[in-house]
Design a protein around this ligand. Structure first.
Ligand SMILES: Nc1ncnc2c1ncn2[C@@H]1O[C@H](COP(=O)(O)OP(=O)(O)OP(=O)(O)O)[C@@H](O)[C@H]1O
Ligand SMILES: [Mg+2]
Length: 290
């Protein structure tokens, strides 16, 4: 496979996942152990393997960003943590127990928004709190909905229906819906993909601030390397399908990063370039395989 010049440069400063495991003693909350996942096509009697032999440990309160080429299995991975999909091989555990379905401890922001078209914005957000054992009172629900909509900049659109919103606004309703239950684990599949650059940066800053307060565990898929480095404690780089973990990069930039303008630091550029070169290898690999 063709290698880029960037890859030949010394990368000693980029710590390995093993190193980070030793340095950080926070308890492990999500464990993927040799997970292979895929989809059966019953009609054609074929099976597509999306991810192969993926092992990864995520600690409580950690922000793990995931990057990788389109179709490499990122959504598949996050869907297994959410409990929408089971591994074909290996195990996925959350809090020491194999995932057997969805749970109130995990909330998902979907890549395609997944809003209920017949419900208004506020009723879509409120939906996350319904049908739950420890449901907050009506007054508290209303308060939380208003707070979550405020965080994503949608105050004033409470009574609008999804079809009356732009794509980016719909995506923000999805984010509000995930934040409103204050889950221990936030699963986010390209949550800022549909918003413009300025809004995106404002939301990243706000999100970094919220997460630093709530200490939630976040798994965050993105196509933006800058976003992964700005937000992640680590960045997992996934290879082409069948996806495997190519490298887990430690992001040793101080926080807050958005307010602190981490983007202009030389270390940011270094990390960005390293991840870029890993992904470029994958792009080249895909071309060669054709
Ligand atoms: N429900 C499904 N049924 C059959 N195949 C699927 C299904 N969902 C995903 N796949 C296949 O699994 C592979 C991985 O898909 P996945 O959605 O996990 O990729 P991704 O990394 O999230 O891509 P993107 O960045 O484009 O969102 C793809 O080849 C896709 O065609
Ligand atoms: Mg996806």
């Amino acid at each position: 496979m063709a290698r880029t010049a960037a890859n030949d440069r010394p990368q000693a400063a980029l710590a390995s996942p093993e190193a980070s495991r030793i340095e950080d003693d926070r308890e492990t909350v999500i464990v993927a152990d040799r997970v292979t996942a895929g989809y059966e096509n019953r009609r054609a009697k074929t099976r597509l393997i999306a991810l192969r032999d993926v092992s990864l440990e995520i600690r409580r309160g950690e922000f793990l960003a995931i990057v990788g080429p389109s179709g490499c299995g990122k959504s598949t991975f996050i869907n297994m943590i959410a409990g929408f999909l089971k591994p074909l091989e290996g195990t996925m555990t959350v809090d020491g127990k194999p995932v057997r379905g969805t749970g109130a401890d995990r909330a998902m922001v979907f890549q395609d928004y997944a809003l209920l078209p017949w419900r208004t914005v506020e009723r879509n957000v409120q939906f996350a709190m319904e049908n739950r054992g420890n449901r907050p009172s009506k007054a508290e629900q209303a308060e939380r909905v208003a707070e979550a909509l405020g965080l994503v900049g949608l105050t004033g659109f409470e009574k609008a229906y999804p079809h009356e919103l732009s794509g980016g606004m719909r995506q923000r309703v999805g984010i509000a819906r995930a934040l409103v239950t204050k889950p221990a684990i936030l699963l986010m599949d390209e949550p800022f993909g549909a918003v413009d650059a300025m809004t995106r940066e404002a939301m990243q800053a706000e999100f970094e601030r919220i997460i630093s307060q709530t200490r939630q565990t976040v798994i965050f898929i993105t196509h933006s390397i800058d976003e992964a480095v700005m937000l992640g404690d680590r960045v997992a780089v996934i290879s082409n399908r069948p996806g495997t973990i190519k490298e887990v990069v430690d992001v040793d930039l101080p926080r807050p990063r958005l307010e602190g303008d981490a983007k202009s630091s030389p270390r940011f550029a270094e990390l960005r370039e390293h991840i870029w070169s890993l992904l470029q290898d994958e792009a080249l690999g895909a071309k060669e395989a054709k």
